[in-house]
Design a protein around this ligand. Structure first.
Ligand code: PLP
Length: 425
């Protein structure tokens, strides 16, 4: 057996035991594909700031922060204080609440194209809702999105079709405006909306060219489709999201993750005229949800957004640069090929000479799997696919610690691979 895997099994016995039990209770022992990895995921007991601890008592530096949602790290004191107060005042009722107004106002003030907002309980739900709006407004039934784009775990977005068109999806190549124009030319009559991420997140932090996003928007409008920008992940990159940074005005914007301050959330924002279909006094579609706009999520989201200032975004970006440079040095030292995609506070690692051209094809499957487990063994928590997202509470000292831990993990990987896959010369 691989020494890295053996070490993982040895140090995570309590997680293994809990996972075994979980497999009897939930399919594959989990409710979330993204928090599973082989042979079994760690069970985390508690978190504080940039750290968390597993069931066996090991400490980890968290470099993924629940896939970008925990932008202020774990148990962020201002969020703990605000939510504790709200919980003691009650957690939900079938009537209005004040925090919902405050979070909506913050979002409308920050994000240029959002005049009104509608809350949901996940980014996936926000996507489905945005698609529903587009279908009702246009009377059409399909959407166009980027191949390997991710807009949530829903059939509507081709989830499970792995890069092939789903029953409701047409696909085109990201950063290729001509391909979007072609598909819209062929299927424009069917397409209710074009959905795009400003940066492909799940597919490896691939930046959208501003010209591409502008051209895709224009092409959507030319055939009478809506343009939906998915800022579920990218709102952390600038105070007004990527749309503010690159000056693009979507019809609808999907939000999630950081606007819930660590609690389940999603939202669709956009032009007031489009969102009027939900207005109870002139309703075109019935939409409700027991926990939509619940006060606990709303106060947490309010603190999360208010405290995500331009200065803190800039600091995270700088620390990401330091981390990236340190990881590059460590890989060089151990003779491992490493290439990195990055944007703002996020990056994605590939143990190959160049980043893959298509996110479907990764040459470094074995290396990234070993590196991920080796990182776990050295107390560095990253996504199995090599994604990293920093938080505002991480310090320069933490970054130096992260590089040391990654260095040890790379040492283990290089030793285990012998000369195979290790850079020549
Ligand atoms: C760009 C993007 N859209 C939508 C979603 C779905 O959000 P959720 O996981 O809250 O359903 C995600 C989640 O990772 C995302 O990154």
């Amino acid at each position: 057996m691989s020494a890295i895997r053996a070490a993982y099994l040895e140090r995570t016995r309590s997680s293994a035991g809990l996972y075994k039990k979980a497999t009897n209770l939930m399919p594959g022992g989990t409710s979330r594909q993204a928090s599973y990895w082989a042979p079994y995921p760690l069970t985390i007991k508690r978190g504080a700031g940039p750290h968390f601890w597993d069931l066996d008592g090991h400490e980890y530096l968290d470099l993924i922060n629940n896939y970008t949602a925990m932008v202020h790290g774990h148990a962020y004191p201002p969020i703990v204080e605000a939510t504790r107060k709200q919980i003691s005042d009650g957690t939900g009722w079938a009537a209005a609440n004040e925090p919902q107004n405050r979070l909506a106002e913050l979002i409308v003030d920050r994000v240029p194209a959002i005049e009104q907002v509608r809350f949901t309980n996940s980014g996936s739900e926000a996507g489905v809702l945005a698609f529903t709006i587009a279908r009702i407004v246009t009377g059409r039934s399909k959407l166009l999105m980027a191949r390997w784009g991710y807009h949530g775990s829903a059939l509507e977005f081709g989830v499970g079709f792995f890069g092939k068109e789903g029953p409701l999806t047409h696909l085109a190549t990201y950063n290729d405006p001509a391909d979007f124009v072609t598909v819209l030319g062929e299927h424009g009559d069917d397409i209710a909306a074009v959905f795009l991420e400003p940066v492909l997140g799940a597919s490896g932090i691939i930046c959208g060219e501003p010209d591409f996003l502008h051209e895709a928007r224009a092409a959507a409008h030319k055939v009478g489709a809506l343009f939906v920008l998915d800022e579920v992940l990218t709102l952390r990159f600038a105070v007004g999201g990527c749309q503010g940074a690159i000056g693009i005005e979507p019809d609808l914007t999907m939000l999630g993750k950081i606007i819930g301050g660590g609690f389940p959330v999603g939202a669709v924002g956009g032009r007031a005229e489009l969102l009027q279909i939900f207005n109870p006094s002139d309703m075109k579609i019935f939409h409700t949800g027991t926990f939509n706009g619940n006060p606990v999520t709303m106060v947490a989201g309010e603190v999360s957004l208010r405290e995500l200032t331009a200065k803190r975004i800039e600091q995270m970006d700088q620390l990401r640069g330091l981390l990236q440079a340190g990881l590059g040095r460590a890989a060089n030292k151990h003779g491992l090929p490493l290439s990195i995609n990055h944007y703002g506070s996020c990056l994605n690692l590939y143990f190959s000479e160049a980043v893959p051209q298509s996110s479907s094809v990764r040459e470094d499957g074995e290396l990234i799997e070993k590196f991920h487990l080796a990182c776990m063994n050295h107390g560095l928590f990253i996504a199995p696919r090599g994604m990293i997202a920093l938080s505002t509470v991480i310090t320069e000292k933490d970054i130096a610690g992260a590089v040391e831990r990654a260095d040890m993990a790379m040492c283990d990987v290089a030793a285990e691979m012998g000369n195979n896959n290790v850079r020549k010369g």
